[in-house]
Design a protein around this ligand. Structure first.
Ligand code: HAM
Length: 392
């Protein structure tokens, strides 16, 4: 989390906290034809008769907040938040899951797509994941997608009987979803289906080419996946997913995102383009586990205070070090020196500051290097300077 926050904040994204539930209409805009809206929404009526829903995903809330508060574009936000989807719980698919993500609104510059996709990719790299594929596609826009959908519908109409049970009845309502279907019947029946990437209009093609060129320049390895559709309706142009091959293929998406250039308008705002991604924290952890790269968090505690007087010195020393920007922790309950050193060890601190009767009487403290065991007695008044020198 801290590493994610650091990375995206260095790229100019600020933290946004959105409510856990909102008017159901906000989330219905993510797609009336999607499972997330049709089947999985936790919606309810409150005491005032309002129809509300628990947040199923983060994008709609951020865009709603943008439309409501109109910050100056480009508006770049990040979040970490629980999301709720009513589905059959199984490995990697939960009714409550958590996402970290970013949303960037107010420019359709393809270089922003490059930034966002590369950020998502670097999250996996930061965790030490190596078996993750970055799948990329373009879903076109209002200029080119309708004609493509007609083409796809005619193609599917001739093969309806060959599709899986779910899609043989719904194929023509949402033909893109059929391409995304993992069942063998749909896969075989659509093996040579027309692809959006081959029917992009000129501006969408140019946009996509620039995204590809930018990602190549950054050495972000991309796999074109013309079948990548994603489970939400708001996407336009760039769409992407991060698939962990160490996970079972049904639940192997550790993250996904894309452009949603029409969503702000659908939520009653001015035309405002946007792009973002969300990554499932639980899935990322499962992928780390499967790859055996579980990240050991870097401890924020640099100094541990061992106070064998009455603990009063520890109050002052921890406060002084923390004020100076140094991570410091201490033992409680007036435990023995041995027990406190054990805790110091477990905290991962590099230095221990020891305050015993002798030090207290002489207005000194003892600094002990927790790795080498080296000790040095220094004046209490110069503590911060000495600690800084040893930590640098
Ligand atoms: P999504 O693909 O629905 O996209 O979810 C993003 C990620 O959340 C998935 O790749 C997966 O890792 C995780 N996830 C989703 N559902 C579950 C679940 N039931 N249990 C565990 N993990 C889950 C979105 O939500 C979009 N808002 C992403 C986005 C942001 N697009 C543009 N901006």
């Amino acid at each position: 989390m801290a590493r994610f926050a650091g990375r995206v904040e260095r790229a100019g994204y600020g933290l946004v906290l959105s409510p856990m539930f909102e008017d159901v209409g906000v989330f219905e805009r993510v797609g009336e034809g999607t499972d997330v809206v049709r089947k999985e929404m936790y919606d309810f009526e409150d005491k005032g008769g309002r129809h509300l829903a628990l947040r199923p995903e983060g994008t709609a809330s951020v865009v709603r907040a943008y439309v409501q508060h109109r910050p100056r574009p480009p508006f770049k936000a990040w979040y970490v938040a629980p999301n709720f989807r009513y589905e059959r719980p199984q490995a990697g698919r939960f009714r409550q899951h958590h996402q970290v993500g970013v949303e960037a609104l107010g420019t359709d510059d393809a270089d922003l797509d490059v930034e966002v996709v590369a950020l998502a990719w670097s999250v996996c790299r930061d965790l030490g994941l190596t078996r993750v594929d970055l799948l990329l596609n373009s879903l076109g826009d209002d200029a080119c997608r309708p004609a493509y959908l007609d083409l796809l519908r005619s193609y599917l109409a001739e093969r309806v009987d060959l599709l899986c049970d779910e899609h043989s009845s719904r194929a023509l309502d949402n033909p893109l979803r059929v391409l995304d279907c993992k069942r063998p019947a749909c896969r075989e029946a659509t093996a040579d289906a027309p692809q959006m990437l081959e029917h992009l209009c000129e501006p969408c093609r140019a946009h996509f080419d620039r995204v590809l060129a930018g990602l190549r320049a950054l050495a972000v390895p991309v796999r074109l996946e013309p079948r990548l559709v994603r489970g939400l309706d708001y996407y336009t142009r760039t769409t992407f997913e991060l698939a962990a091959s160490a996970l079972d293929s049904a639940q192997n998406a550790v993250g996904g995102g894309g452009r949603y250039d029409k969503l702000a308008e659908a939520l009653g705002g001015p035309p405002t383009t946007g792009i973002g991604f969300g990554m499932g924290i639980e899935r990322l952890l499962l992928a780390c586990d499967a790859e055996g790269v579980f990240p050991v968090p870097e401890g924020a505690v640099e100094v541990y205070i061992v106070d064998t007087t009455d603990g009063a010195a520890a109050i002052l020393v921890t406060a002084e070090l923390r004020e100076a920007g140094i991570g410091a922790d201490r033992a409680f309950d007036r435990r023995s020196m041995k027990a406190q050193f054990k805790q110091a060890d477990r905290s991962g601190a590099r230095l221990a500051v020891v305050v015993g009767e002798r030090e207290a009487a002489a207005a000194t403290v003892t600094l002990r290097d927790m790795r080498s065991g080296d000790q040095e007695v220094v004046p209490r008044a110069d503590l911060v300077d000495h600690v800084r020198k040893r930590l640098s």
